[in-house]
Design a protein around this ligand. Sequence first.
Ligand code: GUN
Length: 282
Amino acid sequence: MQTINGKEVSKKIREELQNEIDQLKEKGITPGLSVIIVGDNPASKTYVKSKDKACKQLGMKSEVHSLDGDVSEEELLNLIDKLNNDETIHGILVQLPLPNHIDEKKVIEKISPNKDVDGFHPINAGKLLVGEDTFIPCTPHGIIKLMESENIDIEGKRAVILGRSNIVGKPISLLLLEKNATVTICHSKTENLKEITKEADILIAAIGKANFVKSDMVKDGAIVIDVGINRVDGKLVGDVDFDSVNKLNGFITPVPGGVGPMTITMLIYNTVIAARRLERGK
Ligand code: GUN
């Protein structure tokens, strides 16, 4: 397989974003992202740190609000309210998952749809569904950019998505459908999974099971996008058994260094869009 280098693609897009950020700053607008993290989930902490670092590297305003794991839902909602009204903040992201005592839906719906750089608010998710301009969720958007970087033609192709989450599975299905792929969504209750995945020209693995996709599930020549980030014996591995699938022809994204860097890049992209909208509205 040919490896799609997410770090390289990411670097190129960040260079373009750097120009946009510099231009906005000349007009007196510094794109600002506020990330809220609740509790001390180690993976979430790592992601949040990377997001903060990437924003700062590009000269954006970036702030992280770390709240205790036992913070009340009300306190979290109040903080979001404050950030909704903070003119220096263009994007708000609440890192998921949240502790069980907090209602994730309520939290997502509290974020102003104009600052919802994750694209998770039902208004933005609805816009994506009907094909209106909106914040495209970062990981699915990154996947499309990775495929575009290799000039992969999506139209008419059979795309199979493993996973139906609101963060990846559902939105990537819509984006691929918009690009005229024939889309099948598989999940934990799908029967005869292998028969379906073997038909895929484009296979997206987003189920959170380490090394789940083996070479006998993949068609020779397929494009395999691995969204999984799993820790096995202290090592990061994807949802795709890389060594086995890599023996086939086609394209594959590695873990780490594939989809991961793109997610952060597209988050910056959305924050820049949010800031630019403000500049236009002035
Ligand atoms: N947790 C895992 N992925 C994401 C993401 O893209 N955004 C947020 N907010 N939380 C996540």
